[in-house]
Design a protein around this ligand. Sequence first.
Ligand SMILES: [Zn+2]
Ligand SMILES: [Zn+2]
Length: 317
Amino acid sequence: MLVKFFGVRGSIATPMRSIEYKAKLRKILSRVPGSGLKGETQIEQFIDSLPQYLSSITGGNTTCISVSSNNDSCIVDMGSGARVIGDRMMNGKAGAGKAAIHIFITHTHWDHICGIPFFKPLYIQGNTIHFYSPIKDLHERFQYQQTDRFFPLPFDNMPAQKIFHHIQTGEKISMGENLEVDCFPLKHPGGSFAYRFREKKKTFIFATDVEFTGEYLEHPESGVDRFFKNADLLVMDAQYTLDESMKKFDWGHTSLSMVINLATQWGIKNVMFTHHEPSYHDKKLFENLQFGKNHSIEIGNRRLKVYLAREGIMVKL
Ligand SMILES: [Zn+2]
Ligand SMILES: [Zn+2]
């Protein structure tokens, strides 16, 4: 008889984060006999000298990001990363039941909503959670995810006040004084929406779970171009390599090379790959990043900066 364990955590997946990995790495290095590394500074310098795929972890949590401008902030999507941001928010107003939290939802595939039952601010009376999406029955979908067959506590019994805002494509939503948000429908099984955030002259677009193919480049719809054009930062679904995107046609995700082609067509300044393929380890993801950079140069776009979305990073625009 042989017993193997392929999962041992309760409630929700809690993949190791870079901060935890680095702490472990430091401890291991401090115990290596005769390593020649003396003290914390030398260990730190050694870790920093490693290639990034060895010195950090890209991250295993599913989609959840935050966007903020001065005192105004919002969240996009509630994947398993929502547990992490929720825990962090509990140290502030949310822990005291005094927070107003604004959350935009791209679509309701599990990897984008599975963090909701583990988002602690929802368990605190006095907090108000605003959900925004063009999906008309969003509330019903959240209720369905937490029916008693799937979760012990119904969504409506979570103590925070929940307000649903049904938004339309083209509608502009103001987040406080500084941020303006609008959305655009994307090709994806069941649909998905890109969100565009504007603050004065800076534009950030988050477009995950979308399938753009070569057909689009040959017949670009002006509406798409208008929405994406000239963004300072575009974070986009780049789950597949070109080969995979051919095999997985209609699965709803875009290839790395297509993301670079589109970013070039739209005059994007910085592009970041996200929605990483679950079977890719960190080394492969960094190889994909390098491929993206090379592809950009090959097609004559030397201005485009290409990045990899990784848990824990911050980008200032
Ligand atoms: Zn997804
Ligand atoms: Zn999806």
